[in-house]
Design a protein around this ligand. Structure first.
Ligand code: UDP
Length: 329
């Protein structure tokens, strides 16, 4: 039976497809290619260019294939964009989840692993953040992910669907062999932006504020490697296969690194100077976000293998150096 990867042509989704193939699973991808790349999905994987909000198209995919489980990455994911277009985020993310769950219930597909986010917590009350902490998102993106989790909760209570929701912290890195990696038309994330400097696409990296109440004044985040994330999803599928009950897990590497530390790690990973400009704070950035991933360790047996920032950035650098224009060669 197959595993349907919604959003499998995106950054994390394509690494998931790679992980499934390595585990001798049969992935099928549905992606509308709004931000994904067709080239990120190997030719041998069955691919549907469809929007998950299209219930007819989804019904056809579930009719044509024997689907055992769904892994859901197909969502808009930019915090800044969500503050400008909240209704786009609610429509794509929330309505997309509705159609997906309706189709799963109709076709009696009972397992879903969902790509959630630390943005569901909002400004943390304590560090490290635990799954039981309060969820008060500070932007429509985080709110949409929280609503999607609640939709799964109610559907799981009433229909026989079980879910695992994985709340990611800051995802970075690329496949070890450098054949896939991060390629966003609109790039807002720290690691790929830092690497644009040695790629000669920008002259310097702007640090968004160095007056935060942290050790060096710059924001602290918990960076987790994309391949470690894919491993967590595989474990979540196996957990559901063994009858595991619906649950929510944080995924981080358990350590916080400041923006300045990340720039220093990138200098080491690339051997380049990487000049810095100190700019103003970016609206809505909390000073410190670090996950407790203890629960994922206990229940899923997951542990981040990449905990050293230089090694995470090295994998990203390998991808960017080989593919300076991303998938559009
Ligand atoms: N950041 C920065 N300069 C950039 C991009 C990001 O200083 O050009 C900082 C940002 O303020 C945050 C951290 O890097 O503190 C990580 O930002 P990113 O957008 O990668 O992830 P977020 O934590 O917002 O999800």
């Amino acid at each position: 039976m197959a595993i349907l990867v919604c959003g499998g042509a995106g950054y994390i989704g394509s690494h998931m497809v790679d992980e499934l193939l390595k585990n001798n699973e049969t992935p099928i991808v549905v992606d509308n290619l709004r931000t994904g790349h067709r080239q990120a999905v190997p030719a041998q994987v069955k691919f549907y260019q469809e929007d998950i909000r299209d219930s007819k198209a989804m019904d056809k995919i579930f009719t044509e294939n024997k689907i055992e489980a769904v892994i859901h990455f197909a969502a808009c994911s930019l915090v800044g964009e969500s503050m400008e277009k909240p209704l786009l985020y609610l429509n794509n993310n929330v309505y997309g989840m509705q159609v997906l769950l309706e189709t799963m219930v109709k076709h009696k597909v009972d397992k879903i692993v969902f790509s959630s986010s630390a943005a569901t917590y909002g400004e943390p009350k304590r560090i490290p953040i635990k799954e039981t902490d309060t969820t008060e998102p500070t932007n429509p993106y985080g709110e949409s992910k929280l609503i999607m989790e609640k939709m799964m909760k109610w559907v799981s209570l009433i229909h026989s669907v079980r879910y695992v929701s994985l709340r990611y912290f800051n995802v970075a890195g690329a496949s070890e062999d450098g054949h896939i990696g991060e390629d966003h038309k609109q790039e807002s994330h720290l690691v790929p932006i830092i690497l644009q400097v040695p790629l000669k696409k920008r002259k310097a990296i702007t640090i968004y504020g160095q007056d935060y109440p942290t050790k060096d004044g710059t924001c602290i985040r918990d960076y987790v490697h994309v391949v470690d994330l894919a491993d967590a999803h595989m474990r979540a599928i196996n957990y559901l296969r063994k009858g595991g009950s619906s649950d929510i897990f944080n995924l981080g590497s358990g350590n916080g690194f400041s923006v300045k530390e990340m720039i220093e790690a990138a200098r080491k990973a690339t051997g380049e100077e990487i000049p810095v400009i100190v700019g103003a704070r970016r609206a809505g950035d909390p000073a410190k976000l670090v996950a407790s991933s203890e629960k994922a360790g206990k229940i899923l047996g997951w542990k981040a293998k990449y905990t050293d920032m230089e090694s995470i950035i090295k994998t990203a650098w390998k991808w960017h150096k080989k593919h300076p224009n991303g998938f559009d060669e």
